[in-house]
Design a binder for this molecule. Structure first.
Ligand SMILES: Cc1cc2nc3c(=O)[nH]c(=O)nc-3n(C[C@H](O)[C@H](O)[C@H](O)COP(=O)(O)OP(=O)(O)OC[C@H]3O[C@@H](n4cnc5c(N)ncnc54)[C@H](O)[C@@H]3O)c2cc1C
Length: 408
């Protein structure tokens, strides 16, 4: 790194996983210039995955919240990172190289890292008592509702929806998951083990209404009714809507950046439309080298990896284009689901093990030519590690399956 580069002022907007990891990595990599981390939430940065897992299930205490902090005031002080929390960015002037905050002040930058992530896709149904889960405050309110033990309807059968359903069952609530897709679990884990995941939820007492859309939600908190397009009406004390997320780019309108389902970047995560601006994490829409199209990944590992990658680009200069690991996990009751790579709709999938018989399963996805391109495992860390080691070398899927078979 040149001396001038090391002294540049890096401003990071978005103080969550991607933003915090960028600041930490910059210092680890020797950046000596000022770093400012700007976050809309007044909270110190925290990790989101526990919001639908441990934190939603357990007792709330200061200790349980402290456990999910990504860094505390002492670390930020030691890293000499200026924190501006509770300060939403409302505008960007790339010509003047400055970020405008809600309080009217501006923050000049030499290098800008956009890490504003995503927000829950707004619920089209708005009665009071309909919850969504993205922030610590959301989790706190939902946990308080679940603790009542009253009926819950979860709209959306994605990872977050199904994790909320599992947490609600833990409180003894009657739970129904609604999703217009006939097999929403297949989207998460592939069709080979989706049936097992649905069974898992049903065995634990969750009702499902798959293939049924919501046409309306009415009532008052504690006495809501979810109306389905098949005419069914589901009474609920609490409704949680988890229908995906939308990138937080409103503050960038008119900035000249290319906004296309997030902040569009090149393969080096440089925002298109301005110099010295990067985007990382859930907000970044980047050209995926293996897929031939742009991707906005909404996974923890991607946010963390991209933060490290951009910190390296800032401190060492551009090297190779960003290579994703495409890894995601989910906890569903006693299932630990891990997935990485992708499933090729033109290809095939090999299944090793059986949840009922062996208590674990692995699925190796192959392209049409038989090269491995992805894997999903349930409760099987050794198979996961084996697949992870072999997959980047485009090993034939059958070879990986044979190697994993020996671990059974
Ligand atoms: C409930 C839940 C469970 C999850 N579980 C998993 C899991 O099991 N596995 C997994 O791989 N991933 C999981 N994820 C996804 C993972 O948490 C995200 O990929 C990760 O948080 C992305 O980090 P980020 O920093 O890019 O964005 P975010 O975490 O969305 O953070 C963006 C931050 O920017 C702030 N911000 C937004 N706009 C502005 C603005 N204008 N000015 C200033 N600040 C702004 C926001 O307030 C927020 O704090 C989960 C997500 C949620 C919500």
């Amino acid at each position: 790194m040149t001396e001038a580069a090391a002294h540049r002022h890096v401003v990071i907007v978005g103080a969550s996983l991607a933003g915090t990891r960028t600041a930490q990595s910059l210092r680890t990599l020797g950046h000596t210039g000022p770093i400012t981390l700007i976050g809309a939430e007044a909270e110190l940065p925290y990790d989101r995955p526990p919001l639908s897992k441990s934190l939603l299930k357990g007792e709330w205490s200061q200790a349980s919240v402290d456990e999910i902090r990504l860094a505390g005031p002492a670390e930020f002080a030691e890293l000499a990172v200026e924190l501006r929390l509770g300060a939403a960015a409302v505008g960007l002037d790339t010509a003047a190289r400055s970020v405008r905050l809600g309080d009217g002040t501006t923050v000049p930058y030499d290098v800008l890292v956009i890490a504003t992530g995503a927000a829950a896709r707004p619920s089209p149904w708005l009665p009071e008592g309909v919850h969504q889960l993205r922030t610590l405050d959301d989790a706190r309110s939902i946990a308080a509702r679940l603790a009542l033990g009253e009926p819950v309807v979860v709209v959306g059968g994605g990872f977050i929806g199904t994790e909320i359903a599992a947490a609600a069952r833990g409180y003894g609530c009657a739970v129904t998951i609604v999703d217009p897709v006939p097999e929403p679990m297949a989207r998460l884990v592939g069709p080979e083990i989706a049936g097992g995941l649905v069974d898992l939820h049903r065995r634990n007492g969750t009702e499902t209404r798959f293939g049924a859309g919501v046409v309306g939600i009415e009532g008052t908190p504690g006495e809501l009714t979810v109306e389905l397009d098949n005419g069914e009406r589901l009474p609920a004390s609490t409704v949680v809507v988890g229908i995906g997320s939308v990138p937080s780019t409103g503050w960038l309108a008119g900035s000249g950046l290319n906004l296309d389902n997030g902040v569009a970047t090149d393969g080096f995560l440089r925002a298109l439309g301005a110099d010295d601006v990067y985007a990382v994490g859930d907000v970044a829409h980047w050209p995926h080298p293996g897929r031939g199209h742009g991707v906005r990944a909404e996974h923890w590992t991607n946010a963390s990896d991209q933060a490290r990658y951009v910190a390296e680009a800032i401190t060492k200069g551009l090297q190779d284009a960003y290579e994703p690991t495409d890894y995601v996990w989910s906890d569903q009751y006693d299932w630990k689901v891990n997935a990485f790579g992708r499933r090729d709709p033109e290809g095939t999938s090999l299944v090793i093990g059986d949840l009922a018989e062996n208590g674990k399963v692995a699925v190796i996805h192959a392209t049409a030519t038989g090269a491995a391109c992805g894997a999903v495992t349930v409760n099987w860390v050794r198979a996961l590690n084996q697949a992870r080691r072999l997959l980047p070398a485009a090993t034939p899927a059958q070879d990986i399956a044979n190697a994993i078979q020996k671990l059974l």
